[in-house]
Design a protein around this ligand. Structure first.
Ligand code: NAI
Length: 460
């Protein structure tokens, strides 16, 4: 058995872990990063990046379908799913090589194997060749999350997929039934529907995206239904069964029990945090998540946690920042996490992005709010792009400081950064209404929505 001494050990090489390792190395530490699969984590290999690569194919299909309105008569001859999948794999490989290169350049030792924490200063790593004992002064835990599988009879049937397998499908199914109208469920619905797959989404609540602004979720539901996606809300799946032709799903809707056939079922009902490999530490855990302070230090001094396991929103960009913060504090530099402006983007068609508080959250907190809205159907750039759906919604407090924002529309994931910066800088709606925005641009919708609060909106 080899023993390896290091200043800092990082367990988990996803967005939180690899960023923590790179930042610590930049600050001069000797770092060991332990990862059992490939560096980059779920985000790079089975989440953010592969889904967005495939969504690009769906977007192209969507553009062909509406090309007549743009003056081009075109139709989809055929969809080569394997070509789309291979392109997705190339994008992932490219980025994975980039992360490996960064780790290499920073002289970070990457141990490929499963790590088990024995104590705050000792981790045993089972690599393919040998067992390595890592002795560390400081430890950062960043072990991520995995899909939850609900207790539905027949869930083990062939053809029942998690998002990971759905990204590796050999061919496109004729039909898919998605259980869960959360972020993953809706992104897959938006990916598969334009490619000709018949999509049904079953959700046990009476609405989609239950943590998102109600108005935005309701509008997105309307748009997705118009696109041909079928939704069954307040419905509960009771059984899945394999048949000669695929799968049969039984679900309760009101007092009726309905049976629907489909080729595949996608389970998208949430994710569970992976904390088993450090249970020996007896860290303070609440609702399955590791409790940390604002420096990302856990209840044990010298042990930090970052990313999904901290129980904050499961977002790669939040993990980046938590990983960086953990590394800086572990090495004696001071940085505190600030969660007031965390953007969250759902890559549906159109995209739905939010930051800060929703209208419901702000009202429930007793804040006297002003709400400004602007619809993309009144925005010149949106009309030229043939992307007239959605709106910008701004939530401001009594001083007109922006405390929340939602954007449903084309490129919402890019536009949301302006509102993130505004919240972070405590900017008022008046400031954004006085900032010159380019014309024609989608960002003018932010200008106008802020203008509504400031009493200066022009193109209402
Ligand atoms: P989620 O928590 O977003 O949604 C799960 C949905 O499933 C909920 O609406 C819930 O009511 C429903 N549900 C639960 N059990 C059910 C059942 N038995 N039958 C029917 N419906 C049921 O979880 P999801 O979509 O799996 O995503 C996991 C995490 O990954 C989320 O926290 C999300 O933020 C993150 N993620 C983020 C992305 C992004 O930022 N673009 C992309 C994908 C995932």
């Amino acid at each position: 058995m080899t023993v390896r001494n290091t200043k800092l050990a990082v367990l988990g090489g996803g967005p939180a872990g690899y960023v923590a390792a790179i930042r610590a190395a930049q600050l001069g530490a000797d770092v060991v990063l332990i990862e059992e699969a490939k560096v980059g984590g779920v985000c790079l290999h089975a989440g953010c990046i592969p889904t967005k690569a495939l969504l690009r194919t769906s977007e192209a299909a969507g553009t062909v379908k509406k090309s007549k309105e743009l003056g081009i008569e075109s139709k989809i001859e055929s969809i080569h799913w394997d070509t789309a999948r291979n392109r997705k794999d190339r994008v992932v490989k490219n980025l994975n090589t980039g992360v490996e290169h960064l780790l290499n350049t920073d002289r970070i030792t990457v141990l490929k194997g499963r790590g088990t924490v024995v104590s705050k200063s000792k981790i045993m790593v089972a690599t393919a060749e040998e067992e390595i004992e890592v002795q560390c002064e400081k430890l950062i835990l960043a072990t991520g999350a995995e899909p939850v599988m609900p207790l539905i009879p027949g869930i083990e049937s062939r053809g029942v997929l998690t998002s990971k397998e759905a990204l590796e499908l050999e061919s496109l199914p004729e039909s898919i039934l998605i259980i869960g109208a959360g972020v993953i469920g809706l992104e897959f619905a938006s990916m598969l529907n334009p490619l000709g797959v018949k999509v049904t989404v079953i959700e046990e609540k009476d609405r989609i995206l239950s943590d998102t602004d109600q108005e935005m979720a309701a509008e997105l539901l309307k748009i997705m239904k118009r696109q041909g996606i079928s939704f069954k809300l307040s419905a509960k799946v009771t059984k899945i069964q394999e048949t000669e032709f695929g799968l049969e799903v039984q679900y309760d809707s009101g007092d009726k029990s309905i049976t629907q056939s489909c080729q595949n079922v996608l389970i998208a009902v949430g994710r569970r945090l992976r904390t088993g490999m450090f249970s020996s530490l007896s860290l303070q855990i609440e609702n399955g998540a590791v409790v940390t302070n604002e420096t990302m230090e856990t209840s044990i001094k010298g042990v930090y946690a970052a990313g999904d396991i901290t129980g904050n929103q499961l977002l790669a960009h939040l993990s980046f920042m938590e990983g960086r913060t953990a590394a800086e504090n572990a090495l004696g530099f001071e940085h505190s996490m600030d969660y007031t402006a965390v953007p969250s983007c759902i890559y549906t068609s159109p995209e739905a992005a939010s930051v800060g508080m929703t209208e419901e959250e702000a009202s429930a907190a007793g804040i006297q709010i002003s709400v400004g809205r602007f619809y993309f159907r009144n925005n010149g750039r949106a009309l030229t792009l043939l992307e007239r759906e959605g709106f910008v919604k701004i939530i401001a407090n009594e001083k007109h400081e922006i405390i929340g924002g939602q954007i449903l529309g084309n490129n919402a994931s890019e536009l949301i950064s302006e509102l993130t910066l505004a919240i972070r800088c405590r900017a008022t709606a008046e400031i954004l209404a006085d900032v010159i925005h380019p014309h024609p641009s989608l960002s003018e919708a932010i200008w106008e929505a802020c203008g509504e609060i400031a009493g200066k909106a022009i193109h209402k």
